[in-house]
Design a protein around this ligand. Structure first.
Ligand SMILES: Cc1ncc(COP(=O)(O)O)c(N)n1
Length: 266
């Protein structure tokens, strides 16, 4: 069987915990060949994003075109997309090369509270990219924006997942990590609602958790698992990475992506 090849289209995190860096570490840990198209360079550490340098949209397109015309992309995920212009070129290339599956992590704001998607780009995300995608993985604040409703209970999460899924026409995993207690994620697969329950680990070392989950789900999907299995296995991988996480700087520390085969606490 050929090695599965995954493409991440996302921002660079110089601090190494999130963004492109988290995606590539995840692909590598799950024995998937990782490729990366960079949408923006951030100057970032564990507690702040001190600068953002967006890549010109035509150069984002050139990166995708150059990879896709040569290497078979078995699936892609998107993370930080920053602007409406970048969203439009990314959507165009996904369509041109019929890239599938596409997992969209609708990254809007970092843990350190910096805007990673311009406010005026949310409409383009909904109008252009999401209809061309397979699964979108919002956390609760992102799901509130995509569904235009407030979410404070599991029932609200279910309503939001179904609303986003039916209005836009894709599958939706609403991540409940922002609530207290065991993290419960709600998945709407186009006809049914499913509940995934996890274990909560009390730690501040959670930088890049969302990026890691969407990359893990993509990895399992292109390895041949069905969607529900890929989500369950992706969650199990992220939980292990959080259980073995460690501090980096003075803010949000990092997951240990290599917990399955290497030392996390030497
Ligand atoms: C380049 C980039 N992409 C994504 C995130 C989100 O990660 P988090 O929510 O952990 O801050 C980030 N901080 N930086």
């Amino acid at each position: 069987m050929p090695i599965p090849k995954a493409l991440t289209i996302a921002g660079s995190d110089s601090g190494g915990g999130a963004g492109i860096q988290a995606d590539l570490k995840t692909f590598n840990s799950l024995s998937v060949f990782g490729m990366s198209v960079i949408t923006a360079v951030t100057a970032q550490n564990s507690y702040e994003v001190s600068g953002i340098l967006p890549v010109p949209p035509e150069f984002v397109k050139l990166q995708i075109d150059t990879v896709a015309k040569d290497i078979k992309v078995d699936g892609a995920k998107t993370g930080m997309l920053f602007s409406s212009e970048i969203i439009k070129v990314v959507t165009g290339s996904i369509k041109d090369y019929s890239i599938k599956p596409v997992i969209v992590d609708p990254v809007m704001v970092s843990k350190s509270n910096a805007r990673l998607l311009r406010e005026d780009a949310i409409e383009s995300l909904i109008k252009y990219l999401l209809p061309e995608s397979t699964i979108v993985t919002p956390n609760i604040p992102e799901a509130e924006i995509l569904a235009s409703m407030s979410i404070s209970t599991i029932e609200d999460m279910k309503a939001a997942a179904e609303k986003i899924g039916t209005e836009i026409g894709l599958k939706v995993l609403v991540k409940g990590g922002h609530f207290n207690g065991p993290p419960i994620d709600i998945y709407y697969d186009g006809s049914n609602i499913l509940k995934f329950e996890g274990t909560r680990y009390e730690t501040k070392n959670t930088h890049g958790t969302g990026d890691t989950l969407s990359s893990a789900i993509l990895s399992f999907l292109i390895k041949g698992y069905r969607e529900q299995e890929a989500i369950a296995l992706g969650k199990e991988y992220v939980e292990g990475s959080i259980r073995n996480s460690f501090p980096t700087g003075s803010g949000f520390g990092s997951l240990c992506h290599w917990w399955r085969y290497g030392e996390c606490h030497p």
